[in-house]
Structure formats: structure tokens, C-alpha cells
Design a protein around this ligand. Structure first.
Ligand code: AHR
Length: 322
């Protein structure tokens, strides 16, 4: 190498070295700590959601502090307060219920910790209390179920009596899946909700409520409208024990489209499953990184979902991820 080329190469190398050593430590170089306050472990959906959040955090190199609120708002509030005290970079949570979040979210705001909502929405006037909400449109899910019922019973003069197994009282999916259905059927007098009670999104809750419904209403029930697969599976057990054939004597409408829901469709016991995806981890981690980098995010990021009637279940099941 000629002396002049050697000098030029040396200059390039030393300036590269200077850049690497002397560069200021940017905020985005530091590992991000995310405090995540999960609802609980009430359903197969929730288990899949927790796995998705944990594995996406690992893949993204984010330090995750995870807590399980066991479906209690006070536990979630306590977890959020502890994340504030620990000065995490971002807080994310899936709110158990819609109301009552202003005080703790104002505390996060005062501490300048951005909050991301995931899965479930909250009911607050001040939308600056959170950066974005990532998750399903539960109202649209309810409408989709309602349209399926309209179509399924289009040649039936009725009455079509619906027994509703609601999710957790005050939660966004319970409120919106009910409201979405009502929006579709309210002008059609042949559809009537004759019973409605919460099974808290659990299999045991769904079974217990359905046992009571079967005792009180027996063969009057035409449709079981279960706000998630776990409750639908519990209701199926209760119906079978009461001598009612789910999927035949009674149409079963469910939400989530978990593998358990698909297996029940293949067995002819759930008639339709409205999809609700728990695989929110990668989107959440991307949003966390964007927030830390100071990027603007849309206020609402809606998950892409569909509806699975039982006729497609066997073909679709092998592709299901949760
Ligand atoms: O918030 C999503 C809902 O919560 C799912 O439908 C249900 O299975 C879960 O427990």
C-alpha cells in the first residue's frame, strides 16, 4: 500500500473509532424497561396473550416486569403504582374493567411515564392519560355475532330466545359484545335475550351460570351467546349434563376462536366463533419502542380479525396459533 493510501485509511479508521467511542449514549441505546399489568389467567385467550407478551419482550430485548392481577382492579392499580415507583420507561396494561382509572393514570402522567393500553379499553374523559390502545374492536365482534344470528335464523319466524353468558362485569369486552349484539337485533322483535348473567370469562363460571339457566329455562333457550370460548365450553358441559345437545338443540355463539373453540366446532357443539386475537405482544413491543423513541402513534390500533362458522373449523384448525 502506498504511504498516501495508508494515511487515508488510517484517517478513516480513527474517525470511525472516535465516533464509536465518543458518541453520546442515546436514550434508545439503553435497555427499555416495560411494566406490564396483566388481567389474570382466567382463560385460554389470556394464557396465549401472556405468552405472546413475554416472548415478544424477549425478542425485542425489552426488560419486562410482569404482574398478574387475578382479575381484580385493585391489584392492577397496585401493580401500576409499583411500576411508577420503580421508574419504568413505559407502563402497559390490559384493564380488568373500563372505569376508575383516572387517579392512577394521573400519577403515571405526573411521573412522565407513558401508558399503553392493550386488549381492553378504558372509559376516561382525558385521552391524554394514555398514548395508544392496541387491541380488538369488541363492539364490531358483537355486531358480527349478531349478523351471524340474523343470517342463521333468516327463515325462522321465531321467537329466538337468547341466553347470554357475559364476561367480567364492567369489562370492555363484556360491555361491547353485549352492545354490538343489541345494535343488530334491537329492531328485530323475534330475537329476545331471556337471561343474562356473568360467568367472569371462566369455564367454571360459564358452567355454573348455564346450569342455572338450564334449570330455569330448559328447552325455551334457542341460543347461548357466550362472551368467550371458556364460558362456552363450560356451558356445553352444563347443557350435556342437562340433556340438551349444544350446537343442535341450542345454537352456541362464542368469541376468541381458540383451539378449544375450534375443537368444539369440529365436534358440532359451537356453531360460530368470532375471532379475537390475543397475539398482541409484537405490536405492543413495537409501540413501546416507538414511544421511547419519541415517535407519534395512532390513538387506536385495531387488530385484524374474522368470523369462523363451524363449517370451516376442520380446515382452519391446523393453522391456529392459540
Ligand atoms: O379481553 C379479551 C377477553 O378476555 C377474551 O375474550 C377472554 O377470553 C379474556 O378473558
Amino acid at each position: 500500500m502506498s504511504p498516501s493510501r495508508r494515511t487515508a485509511l488510517g484517517a478513516i479508521l480513527s474517525s470511525a473509532l472516535l465516533l464509536a467511542v465518543g458518541a453520546p449514549a442515546h436514550a434508545q441505546d439503553k435497555q427499555i424497561t416495560l411494566g406490564f399489568a396483566q388481567v389474570g389467567a382466567e382463560s385460554a385467550w389470556r394464557t396465549a396473550n401472556t405468552i405472546s407478551v413475554k416472548s415478544a419482550a424477549k425478542d425485542a430485548g425489552i426488560n419486562l416486569k410482569f404482574s398478574d392481577a387475578q382479575q381484580k382492579q385493585e391489584n392492577q392499580i397496585r401493580a401500576i403504582r409499583s411500576y411508577i415507583a420503580q421508574k419504568v420507561d413505559v407502563i402497559a396494561f390490559s384493564p380488568v374493567v373500563e372505569s376508575g382509572w383516572e387517579p392512577v393514570l394521573n400519577e403515571a402522567k405526573a411521573a412522565k411515564i407513558p401508558v399503553i393500553l392493550t386488549d381492553r379499553n378504558i372509559d376516561v374523559q382525558d385521552k391524554s392519560l394514555y398514548v395508544t390502545m392496541i387491541g380488538s374492536d369488541f363492539l364490531e365482534e358483537g355486531r358480527r355475532a349478531g349478523h351471524w344470528l340474523e343470517d342463521h335464523y333468516k327463515n325462522d319466524p321465531g321467537p329466538i330466545n337468547i341466553a347470554e353468558l357475559q364476561g367480567t362485569v364492567g369489562s370492555a369486552p363484556a360491555n361491547d359484545r353485549h352492545a354490538g349484539l343489541m345494535e343488530v337485533i334491537k329492531n328485530d322483535p323475534k330475537f329476545k335475550i331471556i337471561a343474562s348473567q356473568s360467568g367472569d370469562f371462566t369455564l367454571a363460571g360459564g358452567k355454573q351460570v348455564m346450569e342455572a339457566f338450564a334449570k330455569t329455562y330448559g328447552k325455551q333457550i334457542n341460543v347461548v351467546y357466550a362472551h368467550n370460548d371458556d364460558m362456552a365450553l363450560g356451558a356445553i358441559q352444563a347443557m350435556e349434563e342437562a340433556g340438551i345437545q349444544p350446537g343442535k338443540d341450542v345454537s352456541v355463539v362464542s368469541f376468541d376462536a381458540t383451539k378449544g373453540g375450534f375443537e368444539a366446532m369440529i365436534a358440532g357443539k359451537i356453531n360460530v366463533d368470532v375471532e379475537c386475537s390475543p397475539l398482541l405482544g409484537p405490536q405492543l413491543m413495537a409501540a413501546v419502542k416507538d414511544v421511547v423513541a419519541g415517535k407519534q402513534l395512532p390513538k387506536r390500533i385495531v387488530t385484524n380479525e374474522t368470523v369462523f362458522p363451524m363449517s370451516v373449523a376442520a380446515q382452519i384448525l391446523p393453522q391456529r396459533k392459540y
